[in-house]
Write a new protein. Structure first.
Length: 338
């Protein structure tokens, strides 16, 4: 079975391509390389021994999409491509809405014109906003997002749901990711944020390689046991395997489905620092500063539905996540750049 993966050279995309190839799927990658590079393709091939077909193209480019669908005739699409920097989305809302929303509308239109009506969409736990109770189930209400990036995820969930509702031939699975960290255990692929790192693990590994002097802990006055924010960190390889499980569901003509992809366990910033220190044998200097605007105290998943309906559950714990993030950063101190 042939799968088109948009954004397939990105962090989650590349790990998913590995798991798809390992599971026997034929993979076609479409990526504009806006936030990734060609070296990822060599690394993926080194891991799996299989070559993915690659097209450098933009999801907003209808003609390119038409050519690719014509030539490749994929049966399903896993749609990762999109802009994803929370802070940047606040200063460039037009770019985020245009890229993420227009791009997805174009992709979906080309898909249906070619009779391809199976899509897995890369959504986020950000659609729950500041949840009233944790762990959150898929039935929890969606709440206001705190930035345009989050709104693009929330709106695209609605758009794809409406499209499926109007045409039941569509199979749409919305996958709500919690906080992916870690890297492939080989250390060949991993997260490589361009510019200034903003998320917790990339900041931590940059401190560990000496590229940053200390880690900023963004607030220790939250209503949590140690005062720092609690999140559901998930190993990116487990997350990638969640997509393989979801593809099987799509081939059963599932209609519209929504799944949380998380471990169900929340860890605080201080717990992550300690786990990273243990995994790396390093001391991580940190400074507690003020809360980051838009941050919430705690969010973690109830992953029961994915376990019951997809037969998927996470295998890696926080120590393996830290071990593999560190292994990747240590082997590639400047990411994919030499
Ligand atoms: C953010 C986005 C989410 C996105 C995810 C992955 C929001 C509100 N959040 O999640 O949509 O899917 O990134 O890209 O839109 N922290 C520090 N120091 C740092 C960085 C982070 O203490 O230098 C803390 C944060 O306050 C938070 C935790 O670490 O408590 C995790 O932060 P982060 O990795 O940025 O992820 P989220 O904010 O949960």
């Amino acid at each position: 079975m042939k799968i088109l993966v948009t954004g397939g050279t990105g962090y989650i995309g590349s790990h998913t391509v590995v798991e798809l190839q390992n599971a026997g799927y034929e993979v076609v990658i479409l990526d504009n390389l806006n936030n990734s590079c060609l070296k990822v393709l060599e690394r993926v091939q080194e891991i799996t021994g299989k070559k993915a077909t690659f097209y450098q193209a933009d999801i907003r480019d209808r003609e390119a999409l038409n050519r690719i669908f014509e030539a490749e005739r994929p049966e399903a699409c896993i749609h990762f491509a999109g802009l994803k920097a929370v802070g940047e989305s606040v200063s460039k809302p037009w770019e985020y809405y245009e890229n993420n929303i227009s791009g997805t509308l174009t992709l979906v239109d080309v898909m249906r014109q070619h009779g391809v009506k199976n899509i897995l969409f890369s959504s986020s736990a950000t659609v729950y906003g500041d949840p009233t109770t944790v762990p959150v189930t898929e039935e929890a209400e969606k709440r206001p997002c705190t930035n345009p990036y989050g709104w693009t995820k929330s709106m695209l969930e609605q758009i794809l749901s409406d499209i499926q509702n109007a045409d039941p031939e569509w199979n749409v699975i919305l996958l709500r990711y919690f906080n992916p960290i870690g890297a492939h255990p080989s250390g060949l692929i991993g997260e490589d944020p361009s510019g200034v790192a903003r998320n917790l693990m990339p900041c931590l590994t940059r401190v560990a390689v000496g590229a940053l002097e200390y880690l900023t802990v963004c607030g220790n006055d939250y209503p949590t046991p140690d005062g720092t924010g609690i999140r559901d960190y998930i190993h990116v390889v487990d997350l990638a395997k969640g997509h393989v499980a979801a593809l099987k569901k799509v081939s059963e003509n599932c209609g519209l489905k929504i799944y949380n992809l998380g471990t169900g366990i929340g860890y605080s910033v201080m717990e992550v620092i300690r786990a990273f220190e243990e995994a790396s044998g390093l001391k991580i200097p940190y400074v507690v500063k003020e809360r980051r605007p838009g941050d919430i105290a705690a969010n973690f998943a109830d992953p029961t539905k994915a376990r019951e309906e997809l037969g998927w559950k996470t295998e890696f714990g926080l120590s393996e996540m830290c071990r593999d993030s560190w292994n990747w950063q240590k082997k590639n101190p400047k990411g994919y750049r030499e």
